[in-house]
Write a protein that binds this ligand. Structure first.
Ligand SMILES: Nc1ncnc2c1ncn2[C@@H]1O[C@H](COP(=O)(O)OP(=O)(O)OP(=O)(O)O)[C@@H](O)[C@H]1O
Ligand SMILES: [Mg+2]
Length: 592
């Protein structure tokens, strides 16, 4: 059977094709899932042919060329080298790309080059960077077209955002927004996408195409491979490698055909138009909604372009979607609706508002989270600075108050209501009152209290022996003769005798359990009371010592005993040397 080849077909935009073909059986059409199931050994298609080895002439040329990175502007590469705080040493073997970005993975390979997911060292954000495999000289179409097309169009929420492009060592780098995955990849996992999602994808792409067309740009390569999805399932059109700026005559002269599977019939013999973009978009939506295994040539290719799509693919589709797809696949480009008309269609219009709202919400959320995270970072930085200052201040105050050699203030036990009366009585004020009573000859409690040997702080058990035993190894280990000569028996006897004496002397009310029990078994309250008693006792002793010191201070040797009482009274006699001199003179006169 003779089958017309695509090249031999004469297509005019208005007339039907001048050949007739026998429609093939429906069974020749299949979904991608069916194709994979039929061929168990199905593998992914072979990688696209890419010229990876540059021509020798190109190597020579590029070797001569200045290898420093140069920013690509809308008018071509700029003369001033590209700068970045992270691109320090131009003589380093690493390129600008390697120095400024942390490369995470290769996320795609295309006919133009390799695409990397990277994190910028400048702002810590993630980006996709497309690097040309072949040197720029080897590209048939204008080498900067993709970057130029990106730059000549205003950013849009449904276009992959462009950041910058630069040239280094005769290779082009294009930095764009990093998306989650391509629609092609999503379809290969999901096969036929549910209609709800299809409407969202359709609306997003229609808005992207409308934005391009209203700026006199044709994409010329609309296909699932060049459509990207974000994590929030927002659809974005990317890859402007074949885009045509209708205002640029050079672009018009150097147009290239896009992927044959999505190609509008009139582009075979002519140049791409806005209507051909609409056709490619119609085929893309049909493929995503039905999982149709699109033909790249042959009879099926023509059938699709003559509205002969088997019914089995369309039967589950809603009427509205089917009508819109069929209108977009019209053979005659003049009969196809424009992007603007499609956006005005009632089925799309009713969903458009909700979709726009969702995208704005996502954008607001992203902006808010970015602002919040940067605000938090600033707050943390501010707090860390403040904390550092406070910590320094605290350390300096603390060291000034305590000083390196000064003793630490003694720990004051917590005051409980039960203890407070006793604590007050034993406080300095309380002890002052007690001293007043002493002066008034009222016997105070402490004065009658026997002096307590440290060994008496426990009960009547044999803990004294324990203490001695505990002391024994340390004394023996010290090795001193005097210590090792101390035998436990005399100490034990002495301790018992002292304790008996002390306990006998003690009045029953003084047999305070906190004084005679093992200090380790005391309650917190008892220990506090004991601590305070000892402290008061020490203070009283100190006071007495001070008094005694004054009393017992030996008078100067030169002072005769008869003057001592006067000295104590504070009436210190003054020595008058004149009198003494006068007395001496008298004596000598008398002698003479
Ligand atoms: N911004 C991006 N975010 C995520 N993935 C991307 C991005 N850009 C490209 N890719 C991945 O890299 C692959 C190739 O990218 P792209 O289509 O831009 O390259 P290409 O060389 O022009 O390929 P082709 O000519 O076949 O379209 C894409 O299919 C996609 O998987
Ligand atoms: Mg591509």
């Amino acid at each position: 059977m003779h089958r017309p080849s695509i090249d031999s077909v004469e297509i005019s935009p208005t007339e039907p094709p001048s050949f007739s073909f026998t429609p093939r059986l429906e069974s020749d059409w299949s979904t991608k899932r069916e194709r994979i199931e039929k061929t168990p050994n199905y593998r992914c298609s072979a990688p696209k042919l890419v010229k990876s080895a540059p021509q020798i002439r190109s190597i020579i040329c590029s070797a001569k060329k200045d290898p420093s990175p140069r920013l690509v502007t809308i008018n071509g590469p700029s003369k001033t080298p590209l700068e970045s705080p992270h691109y320090k040493n131009e003589k380093k073997p690493q390129t600008f790309f390697e120095q400024v970005f942390v490369i995470h993975a290769v996320i795609g390979n295309g006919s133009f080059g390799e695409v990397f997911s990277v994190q910028s060292r400048e702002d810590s954000q993630f980006y996709a960077i497309k690097v040309s495999i072949a040197t720029l000289r080897q590209h048939s179409i204008s080498k900067y077209r993709e970057a130029e097309s990106h730059m000549s169009i205003r950013p849009h929420k449904n276009l992959v955002r462009f950041y910058r492009a630069w040239e280094e060592a005769d290779r082009l780098y294009i930095q764009t927004e990093l998306c989650d995955q391509s629609l092609q990849k999503y379809c290969s996992v999901k096969f036929a996408i549910p209609e709800d999602e299809i409407w969202n994808i359709f609306i997003d792409l229609l808005q992207a195409v409308h934005h391009l067309h209203s700026n006199d740009m044709i994409h010329d390569d609309i296909k699932p491979d060049n459509i990207f999805l974000t994590q929030e399932m927002i659809c974005k059109l990317g890859d402007f490698g074949l885009a045509v700026n209708l205002k640029n005559p050079i672009h018009m002269k150097t147009v290239e055909e896009g992927d044959a599977k999505y190609l509008a019939p009139e582009v075979l013999n002519g140049s791409p138009t806005k209507a051909s973009d609409i056709f490619s978009l119609g085929v893309t939506i049909l493929e995503a909604a039905t999982d149709l295994d699109l033909p790249s040539s042959g009879e099926e290719w023509h059938q699709l372009r003559n509205a002969l799509i088997p019914e089995k693919f369309l039967k589950n589709m809603s009427k509205n979607l089917r009508y819109l797809i069929e209108s977009m696949l019209e053979r005659n480009p003049n009969n196809r609706p424009t992007a603007e008309e499609l956006l005005e269609a009632p089925a799309i219009k009713e969903k458009l508002f909700g979709r726009d709202l969702y995208i704005h919400e996502v954008e607001c959320r992203n902006v808010a989270s970015t602002l919040l995270s940067s605000f938090l970072i600033w707050c943390m930085a501010f707090l860390s600075v403040i904390y550092d200052q406070i910590a320094r201040c605290h350390v300096s105050i603390h060291s000034r108050r305590i000083g390196p050699n000064r003793p630490r203030p003694q720990h004051t036990p917590l005051h409980t209501p039960i203890n407070s009366a006793r604590i007050y009585a034993q406080s300095i004020t309380g002890s002052a009152i007690r001293r007043q009573a002493e002066l008034d000859n009222v016997p105070s409690r402490e004065d009658h209290r026997p002096s307590i040997n440290p060994l008496n702080l426990d009960d009547g058990s044999d803990d004294d022996v324990e203490i001695v035993r505990k002391q024994k190894p340390s004394t023996s280990s010290s090795g001193t003769e005097s210590n090792s000569s101390v035998s436990p028996k005399p100490v034990r006897k002495e301790a018992k005798a002292v304790r008996r004496l002390t306990l006998d002397k003690m009045k029953p009310e003084w047999r305070d359990p906190c004084f005679i029990r093992d200090p380790l078994n005391l309650t917190e309250e008892e220990r506090t009371a004991r601590y305070l008693r000892i402290r008061i006792k020490e203070m009283t002793n100190d006071e007495n010592d001070r008094k005694n010191q004054i009393d017992e201070r030996p008078p100067p040797n030169s002072c005769p005993s008869r003057f001592r009482s006067r000295l104590r009274g504070g009436n210190v006699p003054l020595l008058d040397f004149n009198k003494l001199d006068m007395k001496d003179k008298k004596d000598t006169k008398d002698k003479k």
